[in-house]
Design a protein around this ligand. Sequence first.
Ligand code: SER
Length: 317
Amino acid sequence: MKKMRRILVIGAAGQIGSELVPFLRNKYGNDNVIATGRKTPLPDAIKKFGPVIYLDALEKNTLSKVFYEYEIDTIFHMASILSATGEKMPQTAWDINMNGLINVLEASRKYSIKNVIWPSSIAAFGPTTPRDNTPNTTVLEPTTMYGITKVAGELLAEYYYKKYGLDVRSMRLPGIISSETLPGGGTTDYAVEIFYEAIKNKKYTCFLKEDTVLPMMYMPDCLKCMIDILEADDSKLKRRVYNLTGTSFSAGEIAAEIKKHIPEFTIEYKPDFRQAIADSWPKTIDDSFAREEWGWNPEYDLKAMTKSMIAILSKRL
Ligand code: SER
């Protein structure tokens, strides 16, 4: 029988981590997925069904201890400070994003970890990158600290793979839309907030302009990509970092789609500092390498995602 993976999810309280843990437990077994948190309490759905520990990726020795004691062979390193918060505290963003990552890579190399999954972001791109159908290999000159840590992280991932044979895999995630845990401190967060406000208050003030187009993905597709890239056949992978997208839309387009379900919904636009960040990122992404090399195929477009978000949130709120 094939040995089950022993998976550590660093950053399990976050927007993706909080849904990734139950998703992985469903596939690999509750006891084989160890959820870690640091400041934010972990949701009950995580605490009830499997192992949970405190872990700070900045503490090198603790990382090694956990890898050893829990016989970890697979890591999802999801802990990160996002773009908007990163601009408020750039040095902390550098510290958590970069030192956290290199500690994870170092401990992984020493403990012969089989796979490390670490998400990059569309924030790795910048104003000099072609904004339409952005290719996988292109100019990477981001202007946010978050983006800088993503580019440096991508290069580290390649480095550890080439120099030490550590199997690090990464995908440049777009804005993630989800119904369970709110995102924190990102530029694409508006596309989640808008649903909560539309359902609760029938109105929303958007911090981006109406015609701002950004690449996005719905959580079920995001979860799928995590397992797909993890289980992809190494011999088919020609790179460590993949462009990925679900669908692109403007703030005005998502508002119009929501209005189809909630006709009283109104929106106004008051762009703040996050507009400049959004303007430096691509509108649409070419993810053909992910499609060709590991079968990436997202299910949700704007219409299907909106329908699902509204159904789930209306029930809960
Ligand atoms: N969602 C992220 C952000 O807005 C992008 O990776 O910062």
